[in-house]
Design a protein around this ligand. Structure first.
Ligand code: 23J
Ligand code: MN
Length: 299
């Protein structure tokens, strides 16, 4: 304890000390506060959150697919360049290269597995945030889950429309401000099988997505900050031939919004009420990043 701190402790009840503490801290100074107060609202919602977490009345759901050499990667047609498969290289494994430690290094794309698309990923967002610049406040928010797994099973080219959103809103209320729209298609069950996951034939990949008008509306008029999907990208497999091509990427990233792909466990979330937490790596100038995506759900 420093001389000054000791002196402050002895004089804790004096007016002089209180005034000085207030100045030094630039805060409420010696004004007594209730023990568990978070300040601000006077109601400690974070303490009650921790209580719910510990009692199990709030559950944490992992929305992340495992990332390995078997993780499916998007395959763009020629002449476009592609992302190589994820690869892990061993550095040592409790052996002569490191007798008491195990560690690896890896190589892989920014858009590998469960990953985050930053606005700068697309040409329409080229002057906007890279993945390191995205405000973390926007990586935490309410999640709404729209389930079209039946439709996508019947039609792998199923496109979510404005009418689907209107029907969802009639039933569950308006999309909340700053929300993430999570689009369930049942595609997560294919994630351990590159062929089934990409579902390509001679006419290209066939995976569900979002139609052009809805992509435009989500970007320019809706309260969503991002769109999350179970498929390899936020756009439909056939979106290369849409006009404009890849409308989700074009409109959402151009509007400083985000994409989130290859999600798992959306079936475990309620249509509304969950909270999404997304944690992409803070890659300087990165266009995106593999990420951990978690959801908090009230039981
Ligand atoms: C580049 C070009 C087209 C697409 C993508 C990337 C992605 O899906 C992605 O991961 O951002 S559709
Ligand atoms: Mn991506």
């Amino acid at each position: 304890m420093s001389k000054e701190t000791a002196s402050n402790a002895r004089m804790a009840r004096s007016d002089v000390s209180n005034a000085r503490n207030a100045l030094e801290r630039g805060s409420r100074g010696a004004t007594p506060r209730p023990l568990a107060s978070a300040g601000g609202t006077g109601v400690d919602t974070l303490a009650s959150f921790v209580e719910s977490l510990m009692s199990g009345s709030i559950d944490v759901i992992d929305l992340t697919q495992p990332l390995s050499e078997a993780t499916p990667m998007i395959q763009l047609p020629p002449p476009f360049a592609n992302t190589p498969n994820w690869r892990t290289h061993e550095i040592s494994h409790y052996d002569e290269k490191g007798p008491a430690w195990y560690w690896n290094w890896f190589e892989g794309g920014e858009h590998a597995g469960t990953h985050f698309d930053a606005p700068i990923h697309w040409i329409t967002g080229k002057d906007r945030d890279d993945v390191a610049q995205v405000p973390v406040r926007r990586l935490v928010g309410p999640a709404v889950v729209i389930d079209k797994s039946r439709e996508a099973q019947a039609n792998p080219d199923y496109l979510l429309t404005m009418n689907d959103i209107r029907a969802f809103e009639r039933r569950h209320g308006s999309l909340p401000e700053g929300c993430w729209l999570l689009y369930r298609t049942g595609w997560d069950t294919r994630a351990n099988d590159q062929k089934a996951f990409l579902n390509a034939n001679e006419t290209g990949p066939h995976t569900p997505g979002i139609d052009i008008d809805l992509a435009r509306w989500l970007a320019s008029e809706s309260p969503v900050v991002g769109v999350g999907v179970e498929t390899v990208g936020t756009d439909a497999g056939a979106a290369h031939s849409f006009n404009p091509p890849f409308p989700c990427h074009q409109f959402l990233l151009g509007a400083n919004k985000y994409g989130l792909t290859q999600l798992a466990n959306l079936a475990k979330l309620p249509p509304t009420g969950a909270v999404l937490l997304v944690a992409p790596l803070k890659l300087v100038k990165g266009s995106g990043s593999p990420c951990r995506a978690l959801a908090l759900v009230q039981r």
